[in-house]
Design a binder for this molecule. Structure first.
Ligand SMILES: [Cu+2]
Length: 235
């Protein structure tokens, strides 16, 4: 990761580098363009300031030489946009396109003001007796893709895992999805990234990324009666 991005939350996502490089591109394009346009403004403000014996005059902007002040920036901005699109497309495809096959799918429902987390249990199916529900707490194994099914129970929320470089709106009446794969065990924040009411700023969950052994122990603790995966009949 580039040095200037040290202030970013630690990247523990397999696709985090792709997301960060698109972010860096947008950051630099925006910063350079900002300096150029405001610099030009500043220079003109000083150059053409009010002075005795000089009157402002009215221009229509119609002659090509005048219109060029609009047309040239439009072309430049369009080119920069296309550059960002072109560079961002592979990252987008990876994060939001085809999800990799995952053994674990977790359903998260945004509610005022917490994350309602549901695991399908050993049968891998939601809506069955072995489902288990948690509040503001997600446990996943390191080094495995995890799929997310995201819903809202009331208003629009946005599920945000900064360290996993994942953010996705939860829209009432709609299912949205996502996935991520963590590269490092630890405890990470899961804030809500969409102003959703008076308790929004307190809406924050924890993502526990476990080593495979730790994760198996956690699963065993939650579903003590479940048979080991090897004894299950293949689906
Ligand atoms: Cu929220």
């Amino acid at each position: 990761m580039m040095n200037w991005m040290r202030w970013f939350p630690e990247n523990v996502s397999t696709y985090g580098g792709d997301v960060d490089s698109v972010f860096a591109l947008i950051y630099w394009v925006g910063l350079v363009w900002f300096v150029i346009t405001l610099g030009t403004f500043g220079v003109f403000l000083v150059l053409y300031r009010r002075r005795p014996g000089r009157r402002a005059f009215y221009i229509t902007g119609e002659p090509l030489r005048q219109a060029a002040w609009i047309l040239v920036p439009i072309v430049v901005i369009l080119a920069l946009d296309l550059w960002i699109d072109w560079r961002g497309a592979p990252a987008w495809a990876k994060v939001k396109g085809q999800f990799p096959p995952a053994e674990l799918t977790i359903q998260v429902t945004g509610r005022q003001f917490f994350w309602e987390v549901v695991y399908p249990g050993p049968d891998g199916k939601f809506g069955t007796a072995d489902d288990r529900q948690f509040s503001n707490e997600i446990h996943i194994p390191v080094g495995q893709p995890v799929r997310l099914v995201l819903k809202s129970g009331d208003v629009v929320h946005s599920f945000f895992a900064p360290n996993l470089r994942f953010k996705q709106d939860m829209v009432p009446g709609r299912l949205t999805g996502g996935w991520f794969e963590a590269t490092k065990p630890g405890k990470y924040e899961l804030p809500c990234a969409e102003l959703c009411g008076i308790g929004h700023s307190m809406m924050n969950g924890s993502l526990y990324v476990h080593t495979p052994e730790e994760y198996q122990a956690w699963v065993k603790q939650q579903w003590p009666a479940a048979q080991p995966a090897a004894e299950r009949s293949p689906r």
